[in-house]
Design a protein. Sequence first.
Length: 221
Amino acid sequence: MRYYPICLDLKGRPVLVVGGGVIAEGKILQLVEAAAQVHVVSLSITENLTQLVRSSVITFRQGEFKDDDLTDKVLVICATNQPAVNEFVAHAAANRRMLCNVVDQPALCNFITPSLVMRGDLQISISSSGKSPTVAQRVKREISELIGPEYEILLEIAAELRAQVRTIIPTFEGRRDFLRSFADSEALDLIRQGRESDARALAQQQLREYLLASATDNHAA
């Protein structure tokens, strides 16, 4: 395994993006969605990014990258079409022992970003370890067809159920087994049929049956 998979919590954390073109825009939008504090340095930016600057969603310094741009940042993403700039950013980040990604140049990166299939809070990451983004994109298309929007609803119900059982099922093993039984139930099929309310009712029915069975076992013991 070349790369160690990890999910970063960037909420409220300052990150730097070097570059303001279309590719940089895509990276910036993902960082904004992750609630990071996004700082951009570039000679120019897209119109969409200009709107984000005007609405104070991101900050922007027009000009060439300087080493000081990395000060107090937790990571940097470089998305320019200038190899010399990309190398300069990567070396400056390495000197500070920072997380650094240079788009389409894995040799300059100490982390890479995967392709994502997103269904609400469900995120499925696909990576080729930088060897073939086109293969990763094909896998992404296939997974997108397999995992539909019904999984977003299933996750919401499961999350609500998890919060509920945290206080009424005392052991980790018990909570794990119960939540696994719900995930493997017919709830997903009900959601696919447009019967979300029935899926929620099934969750509560399973919980009642589980608690009843646990109470019976405890009484017998």
